[in-house]
Design a protein around this ligand. Sequence first.
Ligand code: NDP
Length: 475
Amino acid sequence: MNKNFVAGHWVDGEAYENRNPSDVSDLIGVYAHADVATTEAAIAAAQGASHEWAHATIQKRFDVLDFIGSELLARKDELGALLSREEGKTLAEGVGEVARAGHIFKYHAHQALQPNGEVVPSVRAGLQVQVTREPVGVIGIITPWNFPMAIPAWKIAPALAHGNTVVFKPAELVPGCAWALAEIISRSGLPAGAFNLTMGAGSRVGQTLLNDSRVSALSFTGSTTTGRNVARAAAHRMVPVQLEMGGKNPMVVLNDADLDLAVNCAVQSAFYSTGQRCTAASRIIVTRGVYAAFCDLLVRRTLELRVGHALAADTQIGPVVDPRQLEQDLRYIEIGRSEGATLACGGAPVRRPTEGHFLAPAVFVDCDNRMRICREEIFGPVASVIPAEDYDEALAIANDTPFGLSSGICTTSLRHAAHFQRHAQAGMVMVNAPTAGVDYHVPFGGVKGSSLGGREQGQAAREFFTKVKTTYIAA
Ligand code: NDP
């Protein structure tokens, strides 16, 4: 059994299994559920290691993070296969995600070496001002199942780089990736207790992290419902919180777009990683002049997508992560039909030689932005195409959503692209590119209901994982 990692030791717990969504007869492993006592022990260990890690040299921090990044990169094929087996994205996507996690650790290794403050002249004579950054303390990290390596990496790496200690609670569906990452971290040279892994239910392990006064800050990615709960707990304890939540990302296609490129962007944005990405485009807003031709081509390309076992070489769309998510996707297909949208293709379970949670990617056409399928996050391979009269209406529809993570436009008009960049209500804008797929060295995050708190990734991560001290020195 693969155990939890607490205070530098592997700790037992109630056994639970995880299975391959491409083939439910494939048992990936047996993992130990942490209980409240184990989680509290992890928090105590993280608190106990705080002083030592906060005062470790930046060379030590660099070495630890660089070690983790190097091993992830060296083992990207093996760990990518584990990721695909566990989460269901294709092998290429799985390997790519592990490589990205490796690069994230290496990037933050270098961040540890950056200046951590500045000397500023005082407005008063005889004084010097120093603005420095210090670690926050124990960081509670709670992650979702859909990027089981990259999301933990982009929280754990900056937390450690800036001298914080960590209690990491992964989603219950993906303990295999979490454990593999923790196993590497356990050999990286960190002091015992500086990093802890507690696998198990959100309602138990997660909730303990939210409520414990020894946890100094909370970094969460997941659904809006859980995010609200995390924000409430953080507000109650008055600790910093960073939330990355859902999206209902639009992709606008204008009459002057390169249609082939636009359809490629739509297919990738909506269906790759089985549509289970917070940056997936689930609303494709198309102006009238190309509406019919676009829908036609989109449906043709969607029907050509090969749905199958995540590890098969020719698979383009892997399975949905679990039966509960599949049920949710199918429920929304029914909702779309009952709301009057036209299901142009897909939307039904698919049988494959192995028993898995396969779903044919679905395209709804003639949608109205007021429909529930256009307002609520489905988190599956379901795209809704919405007609618009012109650019102005398309932009208004794109912004008419409670979310604001990623927003895309396909156009050959520089004027419209530049206007869209300024007026899209989103944290990330994509011009003639898929709404999903981002770099690791620049800020990631959204506006409105998609995000709260400091941005993740790149240098921006420093804001959340440090606190600022201003010192006045009389010279
Ligand atoms: P959930 O919100 O269900 O879960 C996210 C994490 O929170 C899991 O580790 C979960 O644990 C934990 N959790 C659940 N209940 C509690 C609780 N009461 N207290 C503390 N922690 C809790 O999201 P999913 O895992 O289903 O992920 C899908 C969602 O994540 C989608 O809505 C998607 O949009 C969003 N997402 C957002 C991203 C972004 O950057 N904006 C990126 C990726 C995903 P467990 O599952 O073990 O119960």
